[in-house]
Ligand binder design. Sequence first.
Ligand code: NAD
Ligand code: IPM
Ligand code: MN
Length: 371
Amino acid sequence: TSSKKILVLAGDGIGPEVMREVAKIVNWFRAYRGLDVDIAEELVGGASLEVHGVPIRDEVIQRAHEVDAILFGAVGDPKWAHVDFNLRPEAAILALRKELDLFANLRPAQVFDALADASTLKAEYVSKLDLLIVRETVGGIYFGTPRGIETLPDGSRRGINTELYTTSEIERVARVAFDAARKRQGHVCSVEKSNVMESGLLWREVVTSLQQAEYPDVTLTHMLADNCAMQLVRNPKQFDVIVTGNLFGDLLSDLASMLTGSLGMLPSATLGPLKQDGRRAALYEPIHGSAPDIAGQGIANPIAQILSFAMMLRYSFERDEDARLIETAIENILNTGLRTADIMTLGTARVGTEVMVAAILQEIKRLSGQG
Ligand code: NAD
Ligand code: IPM
Ligand code: MN
């Protein structure tokens, strides 16, 4: 057995069919690059509901606590759209985030040169784009109480959710954004609705104070979330790091993915607080979902999942060189014209998940001269 452990949670829909292929890349790094890790797999989401009657078992949460990193696929299945929220497939990822305190979700949107014409925006607006969305993932309206559906005296009903952020929740995610900016272009744009919401007003105050006290070298701007959505389409290259709450971060990152050519391109890393022993919980997942509309066809884009594994190598295993090896291989393969069906460029070869992963792995081998 190895000293390090990875937990693989493929989930539902395209999750397992993508993970099955990406595992070949993971295993290659174990065989040829000295990535000394034990791997365990568990069911989550609808797949766990089928077998165990719950979207994630306590044992799996416990396992997740113990491992060094989690590679997550996607959860969600229309079959379970009418059950209680705590029994839906999506509850699995929400529980993992909450139970492991995975509060900082890094969602980089980088445009590969070969895909500058794949965005629905004109190439000049997106080419060389490199932005990072830092999304808070254990607070906000996703978890605030009160919540629920109530029946009123007149028999009508109301659905209730509560947007809620504390000073410390805002401060710790802002710190992640400022630290990231220091290694990038040194600019943070903080996004909320402080014109309408108290939680947004507090967000702006806390981020401003933190910047003044500890990050005077980082420039900070503020933007209302509706304007930010527009600015991301009008001129995305004005941004370096965007820091925002749970719900706005969810929306803005799907929007940003399309600047790169496809939702199937965007990876993410979700990090917990640094513990006393120097470790931190970390989960790596594409930002896309289970894509039920294309599941089972073998045509899903595996690049978001592969890049998520690259982020794992970089952030959990200090293997920057290995991460770059993967990124360069993807870049080279895209340069050859190979595309999955979701990437809208003309005159290129269309391949499925398996062929795309095989091509990227082949290129990894060629670049490294190994395997
Ligand atoms: P989705 O991200 O699954 O799909 C949106 C669209 O993008 C679909 O047309 C899909 O085919 C396409 N797409 C997504 N990933 C792709 C890929 N890798 N390659 C090619 N095309 C891809 O979002 P949705 O349809 O709104 O949600 C479906 C289910 O996934 C829901 O149950 C939702 O809750 C869940 N979901 C889960 C996660 C997660 O597990 N972290 C994230 C988002 C959505
Ligand atoms: C994501 C997803 C999740 C979210 C869902 C599946 C709970 O959309 O990871 O972006 O809303 O956070
Ligand atoms: Mn989402």
